[in-house]
Ligand binder design. Structure first.
Ligand code: ADP
Ligand code: ASP
Ligand code: MG
Length: 469
C-alpha cells in the first residue's frame, strides 16, 4: 500500500487558479498512489492579516480588524464563488467562511477590550486561515469526484503548550493520526489536513510557528510512515539562493538533510527548519516541488549524499539580528563564564543562532534576534554584576542591524580554501565581516555583516563562489 503526503503552501492555495491547479495535482497523484494525505496552508497573506488584526486590536484600534474581516471575506467569497456553482457546495462554503470570520471578529473584540493578546489567543486567531482553506480544498476535491474530508490538525497533532512555537508530542500524535486518518483512508477518502496548527492534550489550539505547515506535513508523513513527503511551493525547489534576492539562482537537484537543515535554520524560508528530521529519521524521501511547474522534478532531500559536487551549494541570509559581545581581559581562562552567559540568555527564553569566541578568550560574542536583545543584555549584566564591578568584564554590549549570511555545502568539509574564497569575494566587494562561525556539522560557514550589506554579500558569494564552482 503506497502512501504520499503532500503539502501545499500559501501561494499554491492562494487564488482560485492556484487551488484548481493544486486540486489537479492531487487528482493526478491519487491515481498513482494507493493513499494520499493533503496538508494545506492558509491563503498567502492570510496569517499575516489575522495577526495584524489581533495586534492592532490589542493596541486599542477597533477599526483595522474590521477592515481585515471585510478583505478576507471578499477574498474567500471570490474564491469560493469562482470555484463552486450555486447548485454545488457554494452556499455551505460561504456560510463556513462567515462562521470563521465571525469568530475572528469576536476574538479581536475581546482582545480589544482586554488590551492585550496572549500567545494562546494569538494561536486561536491565526489558526483560522488554515481551517477555512482545508474546507475549501476538500470541497474542491469532491467537485472532482474524489472522496475527501477536511480534518483539523487540532484533532491529530498533540503538542506541548509553547504557544506560537509548539512542540509535537510524537507518540500521542501518532496514536491520534492512526486512529483518525487510517479509517478515513480505508473508506477511500483523501484527508485534507490544516497545516500549521495543533492542540494541547487538553484541546487548546496551538501553532507550530510561522511557516509551520511544512512541519505539519512532515509530522503526519512520519506518523503514517508515508513512502514520500512532497512540499509544493511557488519555486522550482530549494535553490542556490532566495530567487527574490538573486534572480540567477538555480534549483539544486539533491541536498542532504544536514545541508537543508542549515539552510532552513539560517533563513531559507522555503522549508520550515523543523520539517526535515521527522521524515529523514524514518528514511522517508522529502521533495520540494513547484505547484506552478509540476513537470520540474524539484529538490530531493536525502539522508546523506554519496558525493557532493562543489564545495558550496547555497547561500542564505537571516535578517533582524543583533550581535551581543561580552568582553574583558579578566575573562581569560576563568571557567564558567560562557556557561553563565548562556544560562542568562536561556533565562530570557531567547535562542542563540550563532556563537563565536576569540581565541584570546577576551570576548564571547553571539547573535540572536533583535527583539530579545535588551532583556538578554540586562540578564547578563545582572549575572555578571560582580565581574563587571571588578572590571574582569569590561562591558556587555550589542550591535543591532546585523544579518547572518550562511554558505552551505557538505563539500566544505573536504575542500580546502573555501573560507578564503568567501572572504576573497566579500573583500573584493568591500564588505566588512563582523564575526564568523563554522557550524560543527562542517557543512556551513556563517558570517555576520551589517544589514545594508546583506543582499550584496549574498549576491557576491552566489556569483563568485557558487556559480563558479
Ligand atoms: P509556501 O507558502 O509555499 O510555504 P514560502 O513563501 O514559505 O512558500 O517559501 C517559498 C519561498 O521561499 C520562495 O518563494 C522563495 O522566495 C523563498 N526562498 C528563500 N530562500 C530560498 C531558497 N534557497 N530556495 C528556494 N526558495 C527560497
Ligand atoms: N499560514 C502559516 C504562515 O503563514 C503557516 C504556513 O504557511 O506554513 O505562517
Ligand atoms: Mg512556507
Amino acid at each position: 500500500m503506497t502512501l504520499l503526503t503532500m503539502k501545499f503552501g500559501g501561494t499554491s492555495v492562494g487564488s482560485p487558479e492556484a487551488l484548481a491547479q493544486a486540486a489537479l495535482i492531487i487528482l493526478e497523484q491519487s491515481q498513482r498512489w494507493d493513499r494520499v494525505v493533503v496538508v494545506v496552508s492558509a491563503m498567502n497573506g492570510v496569517t499575516d492579516a489575522l495577526t495584524r488584526g489581533a495586534v492592532t486590536a490589542a493596541a486599542g484600534d477597533d477599526q483595522t480588524y474590521r477592515a481585515i474581516v471585510t478583505d478576507l471575506r471578499a477574498r474567500h467569497y471570490g474564491t469560493v464563488a469562482s470555484l463552486f456553482s450555486p447548485d454545488g457546495e457554494r452556499a455551505r462554503l460561504l456560510a463556513m467562511v462567515d462562521e470563521y470570520l465571525d469568530e475572528f471578529a469576536a476574538f479581536c473584540r475581546s482582545v480589544h477590550i482586554l488590551g492585550e493578546v496572549t500567545p494562546r489567543a494569538m494561536d486561536a486567531i491565526t489558526s483560522l486561515g488554515e481551517r477555512i482553506n482545508a474546507r475549501i480544498m476538500a470541497a474542491l476535491l469532491r467537485k472532482h469526484s474524489l472522496r475527501s474530508e477536511a480534518v483539523d490538525a487540532t484533532e491529530l497533532i498533540v503538542t506541548d503548550d509553547t504557544f506560537q512555537n509548539a512542540v509535537p508530542l510524537m507518540d500521542k500524535t501518532r496514536d491520534r493520526v492512526l486512529a483518525s486518518l487510517v479509517p478515513l483512508m480505508d473508506s477511500q477518502n483523501i484527508p485534507v489536513v490544516t497545516g500549521f496548527i495543533g492542540a494541547t492534550e487538553q484541546g487548546v489550539t496551538t501553532t507550530l510557528g510561522r511557516g509551520g505547515s511544512d512541519y505539519s506535513a512532515s509530522i503526519l508523513g512520519s506518523c503514517l510512515d508515508a513512502d514520500e513527503v512532497w512540499i509544493w511551493t511557488d519555486v522550482d525547489g530549494v535553490m542556490t539562493a532566495d530567487p527574490r534576492l538573486v534572480p540567477e539562482a538555480r534549483v539544486i537537484p539533491a541536498l542532504s538533510a544536514s545541508e537543508v537543515s542549515e539552510l532552513a535554520y539560517f533563513g531559507a524560508k522555503v522549508l520550515h527548519p523543523r520539517t526535515i528530521w521527522p521524515v529523514i529519521e524514518r528514511g522517508i524521501p522529502l521533495w520540494v516541488k513547484n505547484t506552478f511547474n509540476p513537470s520540474c522534478p524539484g529538490t530531493r532531500i536525502v539522508p546523506e549524499l554519496e558525493s557532493s559536487p562543489g564545495a558550496i551549494k547555497a547561500v542564505t541570509a537571516i535578517q533582524g539580528m543583533s550581535l551581543v559581545t561580552v568582553e574583558g581581559r579578566g575573562m581569560m581562562g576563568v571557567p564558567g563564564i560562557a556557561a553563565r552567559t548562556f544560562a542568562a540568555v536561556a533565562s530570557q527564553g531567547a535562542s542563540v543562532l550563532m556563537i563565536s569566541q576569540a581565541s584570546s578568550e577576551q570576548s564571547i560574542c553571539f547573535v540572536l534576534p533583535t527583539q530579545a536583545v535588551s532583556s538578554v543584555v540586562h540578564a547578563i549584566e545582572k549575572e555578571m554584576a560582580l565581574e563587571l564591578a571588578r572590571r574582569d568584564i569590561n562591558r556587555v554590549w550589542s550591535l543591532d542591524n546585523v544579518v547572518i549570511v550562511t554558505a552551505v555545502g557538505a563539500g566544505i568539509r573536504s575542500t580546502p580554501g573555501v573560507a578564503a574564497r568567501i572572504f576573497g569575494a566579500l573583500g573584493r566587494a568591500g564588505i566588512n565581516v563582523i564575526a564568523i562561525a563554522q557550524g560543527s556539522s562542517e557543512c556551513s560557514i556563517s558570517l555576520v555583516v551589517s544589514s545594508e550589506l546583506a543582499v550584496e554579500a549574498v549576491r557576491q558569494i552566489h556569483s563568485q563562489v557558487i556559480l563558479e564552482n
